[in-house]
Design a protein around this ligand. Structure first.
Ligand SMILES: [Zn+2]
Length: 177
């Protein structure tokens, strides 16, 4: 069942249809998991990769963790979210992650949003919007598209300042080089 949830104010210009939460998601717990995603992003930064991080949470613990590894793996698909989803699938032993939540520091791109739909994930929480590639609502809408069967709960804007700051630091440093 889809409802308009007034809580999701991260999308002021565009009310999202969201699936009502089943578990006990709380803003404080979301921030704790986002801290973990930020820690992963920090590792990407240290490796000279675009600092994006993600974690997959299942039953109150992390089952997948990822950060961008495009350069280190010479892999155009090695975005943080995809890396975390692969690890979670292997940990759980299932390609469907219906009881999981994914926390990403940045709004997922079209590829990652597609992967999230394929994983049947229950909930996505992300930090900063990505005005260049975001596929939740910024550039296009892949998640919760009316034509797509699987809908998930989405919350954006969690620790958005810190998430965006990491990226800005990275691009600033690169320009200065
Ligand atoms: Zn991506």
């Amino acid at each position: 069942m889809l409802t308009r949830d007034p809580k999701y104010r991260a999308f002021p210009q565009d009310t999202m249809f969201v699936v009502p939460p089943r578990g006990k998601a709380s803003p404080e717990i979301d921030e704790l998991w986002m801290q973990e995603a930020l820690r992963a992003a920090q590792r990407a930064l240290e490796a000279g990769e675009v600092p994006v991080g993600a974690v997959v949470v299942h039953g109150g613990k992390i089952v997948g963790r990822g950060y961008n590894r495009n350069l280190s793996d010479s892999d155009p698909t090695a975005h943080a979210e995809v890396v975390a989803l692969r690890e979670a699938g292997a940990a759980i032993g299932n390609h469907r992650l219906g009881d999981c939540e994914l926390f990403a520091t940045i709004e997922p791109c079209a590829m990652c949003a597609g992967a999230l739909v394929h994983s049947r994930i229950r909930r996505l929480v992300y930090g900063a919007d990505d005005p260049k590639a975001g596929a939740v609502h910024s550039v296009m809408r892949v998640l919760n598209h009316p034509g797509v069967n699987h809908h998930m709960e989405v919350r954006g804007g969690v620790l958005a300042g810190r998430c965006a700051e990491l990226l800005q630091e990275f691009f600033r440093a690169r320009r200065g080089r």
